[in-house]
Design a binder for this molecule. Structure first.
Ligand SMILES: [Zn+2]
Ligand SMILES: [Zn+2]
Ligand SMILES: [Zn+2]
Length: 447
């Protein structure tokens, strides 16, 4: 049989296409014209959970509509157009169409701009398949700029009142935006007609997480776990972060964050007292950063102030204030709280709302969410308790069995029963290594 000629081949293909109902334009990549906004509204927003919508609302709007009328300048005049909630009106420059703001203020912005007339890109109208990583990054920088500008506004008021300043750098704005975009690109990749083949959101540059994150899991795992705290649709990232951080540093058992009381925070010596099985109590060193986070959680969400003669606002109280007893705390109060309050259990009829302490239920739901996001967590770290094991394994690899046992507070006399007991000093060194607060020299020394 001879090879078909070129014209015969073309005719054959055309006949086949007619039979299969394929149009020539379908073969040209099969990509339809589709804006990011249309895709988001039709295929992404309806699939989000209520928690995701709540957490990402601001960032969904920024993605679809940009930040019309917001400038990136933080001179006094421009700051006066924003309030502490992040709501704003266009500054004089934007209204007049001309900007004479001091260049120093414009240069200091996280977004590279030269005048108030440059605005956040609007991605809603852009062709989804043509959006670049650079465009996404620019929107992320604008979201971060808005967050830092809002902090500046809040700090102006606080400074005027002689109060401690906030130091937010807007990183959680970037994380939230990234999380939403990542979900959007995930849906887009599943639909071949969008022409999207890569999750560009994951390529938006991000900030390094605290040092403690880096050492206890295999490389990359901890970063993923930390990132999942943001992407799994949490309605309270601060709470989830603090729980995971606490468990990682202290290798505490599941009940530990729930049982932790303010009196267990030994602020002066940077240790926490953990109530464990069979009424055993143990002390564990923690980093100053974690101690601050725990204290902030208790102060801003709980009702833990016993005396506060200078009338400091809960969010401005520092470790130093507690150490020097400028304020004193109610030692019997829990440390961890939900953001939402609850009806007063002692006077349900009064309608009064009181702080809602953490329950183990949150621990379970947090883990379920993380496992949905991270298949490997499902495989190896299926239970909250395993996080503790992971920490123990890392400590053991680096410091030996005795220290790991002391760190995890297993009672001596296990299967072989002849372990050398590790003292508090070794435990402290293991902790320093785990959190990166110990010098490298000490951490790698053999002992
Ligand atoms: Zn300005
Ligand atoms: Zn301006
Ligand atoms: Zn200006």
């Amino acid at each position: 049989m001879s090879e078909p000629s070129r014209s015969e081949s073309v005719a054959l293909v055309q006949a086949l296409m007619r039979q299969l109902d394929v149009r020539p334009e379908d073969l040209a990549g099969g990509v339809r014209s589709l804006s990011l906004g249309d895709f988001a509204r039709a295929s992404v927003l309806p699939a989000l959970t209520a928690g995701q919508r709540r957490a990402w609302g601001t960032y969904i709007n920024i993605t679809l509509e940009g930040l019309a009328g917001l400038c990136a300048c933080s001179c006094e005049n421009c700051l006066a157009h924003m309030n502490g909630l992040g709501l704003y009106t266009p500054c004089e420059c934007v209204r007049a169409g001309q900007c004479d703001c001091p260049s120093g203020q414009l240069d200091a912005s996280v977004v590279a701009v030269t005048s108030c007339l440059e605005a956040c890109p609007v991605l809603g109208e852009r062709e989804l398949s043509e959006i670049t990583k650079a465009e996404l990054t620019r929107v992320a920088l604008w979201a971060q700029m808005r967050a830092t500008k809002r902090t500046l506004v809040r700090n102006q008021k606080r400074a005027a009142a002689g109060r401690a300043l906030f130091a937010h750098d807007g990183r959680s704005a970037v994380e939230h935006l990234r999380a939403f975009l990542s979900a959007l690109y995930g849906f887009a990749m599943e639909d071949r007609t969008t022409g999207v083949t890569r999750n560009l959101a994951l390529e938006i540059p991000r900030y390094a997480r605290p040092e403690v994150q880096k050492r206890s899991y295999e490389p990359g795992r901890l970063e993923e776990l930390w990132s999942a705290l943001y992407t799994s649709g949490s309605n309270d990232v601060t709470l989830d972060e603090t729980i995971v951080w606490f468990v990682l540093e202290t290798a505490g058992r599941r009940g530990a964050p729930v049982q932790l009381r303010v009196g267990d925070l030994l602020v002066a010596s940077l240790r926490v007292r953990l109530h464990e099985k069979k009424n055993k109590v143990d002390e564990q060193p923690i980093s100053e950063a974690l101690m601050s986070a725990l204290l902030a959680m208790a102060l801003t969400r709980g009702d833990v102030l016993a005396s506060n003669p200078e009338g400091l606002a809960p969010e401005e109280i520092t470790l130093e204030d507690v150490r020097t007893r400028r304020v004193t705390l109610r030692t019997d109060q829990p440390v961890f709280y939900y953001r939402r309050t609850r009806r007063d259990p002692r006077a349900p009829a009064s309608g009064a709302r009181v702080p809602h302490p953490l329950t183990t239920r949150r621990f379970n739901s947090l883990w379920d969410r993380l496992k949905r996001e991270l298949p490997w967590l499902e495989e190896i770290h299926g239970r909250p308790h395993d996080l503790r094991k992971t920490v123990g394994t890392s400590v053991e690899r680096e410091f030996g069995h005795a220290t790991a046992r002391a760190f995890l507070r297993h009672s001596a006399g296990g299967v072989t029963g002849t372990y050398v007991a590790a003292g508090p000093e070794e435990t402290a060194r293991a902790h320093g290594w785990l959190t990166g607060t110990e010098s490298e020299e000490v951490a790698t020394e053999e002992w």
